[in-house]
Design a protein around this ligand. Structure first.
Ligand code: ADP
Ligand code: MG
Length: 721
């Protein structure tokens, strides 16, 4: 797991052969390096997948069928039999009885090793064969008759084909003896009953005979608990350190003035803010007034009106003389934001720029220059906004929409790009009008960090809020704009497809607009496209005279934008689309959505998709078509969709169905952040670490720093992303 937490490099001699250059290293060492096993501590934390018990021998006469066992005996006879399948049949005997070892695949060297008279130790499952008891393909080796038994269970490590277990076992054992694992924390701070780290690792690599292996394998053993607690503590400490570091940074204080841009935007908006919107705008404004960087998440259900809140925050920043960047995860969404914001802000005299991956060459260069000169006050785009060549003249506020859709690496890039210009670039200086003479920012002279506002329709589960987002302020939009009618959600088996098409026809005749969402094909854009094209043809044939649009990820950006624009304008009544429409797309006139193969989608994704309808005053409906057989989880998801339209309730159910690991896990964020602890299981350890962290920082800052350094040096930045 190359992305998992790796403890910091302790000072130690390079691994054997390192000086000779990587290409000259022995193959197993290179194989270890490929697994990230370079330093002693890496090996010490490379934990067994499972264990085998080689600590005792079972007399052959007492073997029980169906149970794994280790025996030792002398080979009486070894021959290749060719009746039926060619195989090596070995008769092994000890004082209590005789056993057949049967090898269906074997090398001549093995045949030689198992010659009559050899003393052999073999381990495998005992079966009752036709000719008596036997082991098929046991593990075996030739031993001296008095060879000692190992004193502990034998670890089986995750490895690779080029890396023999025996080699890995030796490497781990010697690294474990050398690794710097002494206690860094004052005694008595760990939860009661947990062993010290060195002892814990010793117990995990070389468990004493009789250790309950099930507790090792399900990670509930105290040795595991110790490791997890250490990891969680490091994470809590680093969060707090990051928070403190952020609090020490200076950010532009953005005071509002009477009749400023934000007030003028409020006047030109075609609607009044909901009470919830007013409240969160006030919370954001209060943050922006402070000379420390805002670090706030705005969460609000799909359709709760986050965009206008972002626009107001942007006008506060721009009104105070700063630039604002707004990032969205997809081009379609970025484009839609751009159009909406241009509509709202250009009449107020603001320049809005547009930067996405598909914008290249001269057009891009012109934009980049506008951003660098400060002429572009608001820059809307995809992650192209944070590419290396984009540098803001005076970025004061960064807004990330649908932030959970950005991977950890992207969030990290964002952080690294945002906190002010890189060394060598012109410093970020507050413009004259943004300066508040009465209140000079702390750390004056250092580059100012921009404020950060993240937005998401997916509320953060409690355990995650306590870990990764411990230092995040949260604003919640708990109210939808008025006049929305709930979306009626119906679930149908795919056999009812004809009826669903009839319903679409009826809706179109009533002048309604319809989305038809094509199934998700895991990891295959190609099949996604095939599906969408086939559905488009099918619906075009079934609905003669109706223009049917087609939108998918492979379309060039300009064409995507053109199709979307036609749909938005009402010129296309029916749009067949892949999940490119999933997030944020806002076409209020669309009031019916059909989702094919709904069982393949995740719950959050279904809710996001459904959120594309129900945005106007018309009563809206969502039809979920599914194919059988349904897995229990898929059934639970469809049921949740049918039963509730509340995004927070959906998130709770999603968490219950999936567990927090996967909720935030590798698939979604592109990175697994905790290597040992599991937020679903380790709530108590997390609580403990969370309560201890501030005390440790206060009373033993050096021990705290050493602990973080040991665990996270290379990963701390990821944990804060
Ligand atoms: P989301 O929170 O999902 O991003 P949007 O910002 O896209 O939601 O808003 C959904 C729709 O509601 C948009 O068409 C937006 O213009 C509209 N809207 C936002 N706030 C209000 C309001 N206070 N009154 C009426 N309509 C609003
Ligand atoms: Mg949105």
């Amino acid at each position: 797991m190359p992305h998992a937490l790796a403890p910091a490099a302790p000072t130690q001699p390079p691994p054997p052969g390192a000086r000779r250059g990587a290409d000259k290293l022995p193959a197993p060492v290179r194989a270890m390096h490929r697994l990230g096993l370079v330093r002693d501590i890496d090996l010490a934390l490379h934990l067994p997948l499972r264990y085998v018990d080689e600590t005792c021998l079972v007399p052959i006469g007492r073997l029980r069928e169906g149970e794994p066992a280790q025996v030792q005996g002398v080979v009486r006879d070894c021959r290749v039999e060719t009746r039926g399948r060619r195989q090596l049949v070995v008769h092994l005997a000890d004082a209590s009885g005789e056993l057949v070892l049967r090898l269906l695949h074997f090398y001549p060297s093995q045949q030689k090793a198992l010659a009559a008279g050899q003393c052999v130790r073999a381990r495998g499952e005992v079966r009752g064969g036709f000719f008596g008891r036997e082991m098929v393909h046991p593990e075996f080796r030739v031993v001296a008759p008095d060879a000692p038994l190992p004193p502990s269970l034998t670890p089986v490590y995750p490895g690779s084909a080029q890396l023999p277990q025996a080699y890995l076992r030796k490497a781990v054992a010697s690294a474990l003896a050398r690794a710097p694992l002494d206690e860094l924390l004052p005694a008595g701070l760990a939860p009661a009953g947990l062993p010290p780290l060195r002892q814990a690792l010793q117990a995990l690599h070389h468990p004493a005979p009789g250790t309950p292996v099930a507790m090792l394998e399900d990670r509930s053993h105290p040795a595991w608990q110790r490791l997890k607690w250490e990891e969680l503590l490091a994470q809590q400490l680093s969060q707090r350190l990051a928070q403190a570091a952020r609090a020490r940074r200076a950010a532009p204080a953005m005071a509002r003035r009477p009749a400023d841009l934000a007030s003028r935007l409020l006047e030109v908006l075609p609607f009044a803010l909901t009470a919830a919107q007013q409240r969160v705008v006030a919370e954001i404004e209060a943050d922006l007034r402070r000379p420390q960087p805002m670090h706030r998440l705005l969460q609000g259900d799909v359709g709760s009106g986050k965009t206008v809140v972002a626009a107001l925050a942007a006008t506060v920043a721009i009104g105070a003389g700063w630039q604002c960047a707004l990032m969205a995860p997809t081009e379609i969404l970025a484009e839609q934001h751009f159009r909406k914001l241009v509509g709202w802000l250009e009449p107020l005299g603001l320049t809005v720029a547009w930067l996405t991956g598909s914008r290249r060459g001269k057009a891009r260069q012109a934009m980049v220059e506008q951003v660098a000169s400060g002429a572009a006050m608001l820059v809307v785009g995809t992650q192209a906004v944070i590419q290396q060549d984009v540098s803001f003249a005076r970025l004061g506020l960064a807004i990330v929409d649908e932030q959970h859709r950005f991977g950890v690496a992207q969030r990290l890039a964002l952080r690294q790009r945002l906190p002010g210009p890189a060394p060598g670039r012109p410093g970020l200086q507050p413009p004259a009008q943004g300066k508040s003479p009465a209140d000079p920012p702390p750390g004056a002279g250092a580059p100012l960090a921009p404020h950060l506002l993240m937005m998401s329709a997916t509320p953060i589960p409690r355990t995650l809020a306590m870990t990764y987002y411990a230092d995040l302020a949260v604003s919640t939009l708990d109210e939808l704009p008025p006049g929305r009618t709930p979306i009626a959600t119906r679930v149908f088996a795919d056999g009812k497809r004809a009826q669903v098409v009839a319903r679409v026809r009826q809706a179109l005749q009533q002048g309604r607009q319809v989305y038809w969402v094509c199934p998700l094909v895991q990891d295959s854009e190609h099949l996604d496209l095939q599906n969408a094209t086939a559905t488009h043809a099918e619906l075009s044939a079934a609905l003669p005279g109706t223009p049917v649009g087609l939108l998918h990820g492979r379309l060039p950006a300009a064409e995507k934008a053109a199709v979307m624009a036609q749909f938005t304008a009402g010129a296309l009544p029916l749009l067949v689309a892949t999940t490119v429409i999933e997030v944020g797309v806002d076409v209020p006139a669309a009031s019916l959505m059909v989702i094919e193969h709904a069982e393949r989608f995740g719950l959050a994704q279904l809710h996001q998709l459904r959120g594309r309808v129900g945005r106007g005053a018309a009563a809206s409906a969502c039809v979920l078509l599914y194919s059988t057989p349904l897995s229990p989880a898929a059934k639970a998801r469809l049921q949740a969709m049918a039963e509730t339209g509340d995004g927070f309730e959906i998130a709770r159910r999603d968490l219950a169905i999936r567990g927090p690991g996967e909720f935030m896990g590798a698939r979604q964020s592109g990175d697994a952040l905790l290597r040992f602890a599991d937020l679903a299981q380790d709530d108590a350890l997390l609580q403990h670490a969370r309560e201890l962290a501030p005390r440790l920082l206060r009373e033993h800052p050096q021990a705290a720093a050493a602990h973080v350094q040991r665990w996270l040096a290379t990963r701390a930045e990821f944990l804060q992303a």
